[in-house]
Design a protein around this ligand. Structure first.
Ligand SMILES: *Cc1c(COP(=O)(O)O)cnc(C)c1O
Length: 339
């Protein structure tokens, strides 16, 4: 393991590692692909990715387990979701088996950067695809690069798993019809302004409401919501405009099969939010970040679990999911890919 990295002090930042996986698409097909050591990319100024933002990405993690193995959490679902993103952005699909093979090659080659068990850190893997040839008329590129790099990361939000404050945004999450459920730079670029304003005002994230009626909860900039009722039902918003989080789908299974809770995916009206006992944000980066406070234009919703600790149900879900990821608890069939 890399001696110079202080694993316990890691934040969520980029640390360059030794190898990245690169595969190029030319003449209508994917080339062989393999590991490269150069972390820079040289492209035409007119590449489609620069002019028309033809790019999408994924995010997943590799963990060192309690018994010293290295595992990836549900990478097949990232491969499948990237397929949908590519289809919507008129990019060539990167085959699922090739995607999983790339994850294996990348993590094996950078195994020194997988943080030790017990530090709370993990290896974040970032697959992405870009349209690379010059395109000045509005149309999709004909050449592409599929790339995957990795970087060791610690907690996503400062303060680790301490509850955060968020606020209801006046802006819509940039998810024009049919793009909310793909993981793409276009949805993030338009969230940079509202997230900057939220941070300036002391909030960790924005809660976006549905743009048509502004009555229903959608998601935050980069994580889905979970709510928990007093009697332990996990409720998570159903919407065509939000990214189908793998963490959220996993938590629904964990709630029902490991925690004795009920799980519901349904429309959640903002007006019912104060009735929930607990609230959290879920995603690969944060796993679960408890929300203690939601600010809504001069009104404040405080969850009973408060600002000091995770609520008891959220903690149970968090401990169970991380227990599965770190090999302390038996994983459902197919959830861990051993490297
Ligand atoms: C990545 C992402 C999430 C979380 O999804 P996971 O698969 O759990 O990491 C939620 N919302 C948005 C907009 C995202 O980009």
């Amino acid at each position: 393991m890399k001696q110079e990295i202080d694993w316990k002090e890691l934040g969520f930042g980029y640390i360059q590692t030794d190898y990245r996986y690169v595969c190029r698409y030319r003449n209508g097909q994917w080339e062989e692909g393999g590991l490269e050591t150069d972390a820079t990319i040289t492209l035409s100024e007119c590449a489609c990715v620069f002019q028309y933002a033809q790019t999408c990405f994924e995010g997943l993690k590799a963990y060192r387990t309690v018994d010293g193995r290295i595992v990836c959490f549900r990478p097949d679902l990232n491969a499948a979701r990237m397929r949908s993103s590519c289809e919507r952005l008129v990019m060539p699909v990167f085959p699922e088996e090739k995607f999983l093979e790339a994850v294996r090659m990348l993590v094996q080659a950078n195994a020194d950067y997988v943080p030790p068990y017990g530090t709370g850190a993990s290896l974040y893997i970032r697959p992405f695809m870009i349209g690379t040839n010059s395109v000045i008329g509005v149309k999709p590129a004909q050449e592409y690069e599929f790339r995957m790099f990795c970087t060791p990361v610690g907690a996503y939000f400062k303060g680790g798993i301490k509850p955060i404050s968020i606020r209801v945004s006046d802006y819509d999450r940039a998810a024009p019809h049919g793009t909310g459920n793909i993981k793409a730079g276009l949805n993030y670029a338009m969230s940079l302004y509202p997230i900057t304003v939220a941070h300036e005002e002391g909030f960790a994230e924005n809660m976006y409401l549905d743009p048509a009626t502004r009555t229903k909860v959608e998601e935050t900039g980069g994580a889905n919501f979970i709510f928990i009722t007093e009697d332990g039902t996990l409720v998570t918003p159903k919407s065509d405009c939000i990214l189908p989080s793998i963490t959220r789908r996993s938590l629904m299974v964990v709630a029902e099969q490991y925690c004795g809770m009920k799980a519901e995916e349904r429309e959640v009206f903002f007006s019912e939010v104060p009735e929930f006992a607990e609230c959290g944000l879920c995603g690969t980066a944060a796993v679960i970040s408890p929300v203690g406070h939601i600010h809504d234009h001069g009104r404040d919703i405080m969850f009973p679990s408060g600002m000091e600790e995770m609520g008891p149900w959220t903690r149970r879900l968090y401990e169970t999911l991380t227990g599965i990821q770190l090999g302390r608890l038996p994983a459902p069939e197919g959830w861990l890919m051993e490297i």
